[in-house]
Ligand binder design. Structure first.
Ligand SMILES: Cc1ncc(C[n+]2csc(CCOP(=O)(O)OP(=O)(O)O)c2C)c(N)n1
Ligand SMILES: [Mg+2]
Length: 363
């Protein structure tokens, strides 16, 4: 993301400085240290994903790999205000949310590389980043599959009388799944402590949301009784503030909430897809990258408020680059899982007749 390093003055001259119109959420309430940590965190996600992209291109990562580039503020803005013992569920576009919930970059990268040191032992890959001990409940490849699971965890929280919160991310295309409506309805009836966040990046693979929905994303919770909100998901500060407020409501027993987080994917649907293809224009993507890059939006706001210098930004970037290089090195040095691992963490065993049967041995 060379653009992040571009000098502000240069950008101003070129007239390409990110437009902060409508993105003037006050920085009040955040210390300079906090704001710097936000920027560093989002830079880490970006550099991590760029490294994954590079590793995929040279065959170090195989299978599916969906990047979150462009959507970083949605990861940090919703997970940041949570407590360590809160839960997070997400879809297959899951690397940065795992990092945001506290997973280390080395084991996340090793999972992408399919190595033993990965967070899922190298057997889950990009779509199955997990960290149950940190409340990070995955990484789900079935569109909408995580929604009823999150409702189930919400129910468990209530049953145990805890004040934890469960955050459930889903893509815009997932609101057309039956499970979405069933889970939201039950969540409202039982006042479950779940916050459903739609990462509304406008597309489900190559299909624009308007082609598959008569109503906008924010209205799709209508009829379930779950209160709905819409936020500029490219504005970290606005996103963080909204989430902070919602977490307070949910923790105090008000029941579920629903958020339409308006965002945009800067890369193709997955690593095997073109950046724009025929479903959106190159200009559309370029325009969004210029006006709506969440890292540039925050960076420029800090520059404008004299809360960040070029030197500080460069040092921050060098620091995350080093962390990401170390993550790749960690992945590289981790062995592939042993062959016997094919038979662990699975429900199946081969019985004496050579047939596959369900098995609960390792659970
Ligand atoms: C039940 C199901 N149907 C279809 C697919 C194939 N599929 C994978 S991703 C995807 C699009 C999902 O888009 P969205 O929910 O908007 O998430 P995004 O990729 O934009 O993050 C589809 C249809 C799937 N994985 N699961
Ligand atoms: Mg989408």
């Amino acid at each position: 993301m060379a653009e992040t390093q571009t000098k502000k003055s240069k950008k101003d001259k070129a007239g390409t400085k990110s437009s902060n119109a409508g993105k003037e959420e006050s920085l009040e309430g955040f210390s300079k240290e906090e704001l710097h940590s936000f920027l560093r965190e989002m830079l880490l996600y970006r550099r991590f994903e760029e490294k994954a992209e590079e590793a995929y291109a040279i065959g170090k990562i195989g299978g599916f790999c969906h990047l979150h580039i462009g959507q970083e503020a949605v990861a940090l803005g919703f997970i940041g205000p949570l407590r360590e013992d809160d839960y997070v569920f997400t879809s297959y576009r899951d690397h940065t949310q795992g990092l945001a919930k506290g997973l280390k970059s080395g084991p996340v990268m090793a999972e992408l590389y399919g190595r033993e040191g990965g967070v899922s032992g190298g057997k889950g890959g990009s779509m199955h980043i997990f960290g149950a001990e940190l409340g990070f409940m995955g990484g789900h490849g079935i569109v909408g599959g995580q929604i009823p699971l999150a409702a189930g965890v919400g129910w468990a929280i209530r049953y145990r009388g805890e004040d934890r919160v469960c955050l459930c991310y889903l893509g815009d295309a997932a609101v057309n799944q039956g499970a979405f409506h069933e889970a939201l309805n039950m969540s409202a009836v039982w006042k479950l402590p779940v916050i459903y966040v739609v990462e509304n990046n406008e597309y489900g693979m190559g299909t624009h949301f308007e082609r598959v929905s008569a109503l906008p994303v924010v209205d799709r919770a209508l009829g379930t009784g779950v209160p709905a909100h819409s936020v500029d998901g490219q504005d970290l500060i606005a996103t963080w503030k909204l989430m902070d407020e919602l977490v307070g409501k949910v923790r105090s027993g008000e029941g579920p909430q629903y958020v339409d987080a308006r965002t945009y994917r800067f890369k193709g649907h997955s690593m095997s897809d073109p950046v724009h293809g025929v479903y959106r224009t190159k200009d559309e993507v370029e325009e969004k990258k210029k006006s709506d890059d969440p890292i540039i939006v925050l960076r420029d706001r800090l520059f404008d408020a004299d809360l960040l210098t070029e030197e500080e930004l460069n040092a921050m970037d060098a620091d995350v680059m080093e962390e990401v290089d170390e993550a790749a090195e960690f992945a590289e040095n981790s062995p592939f899982p042993a062959e016997e691992e094919l038979y662990t963490h699975t429900y199946a065993e081969i019985n004496e007749h050579g047939r596959l049967f369900f098995d609960r041995r390792d659970r």
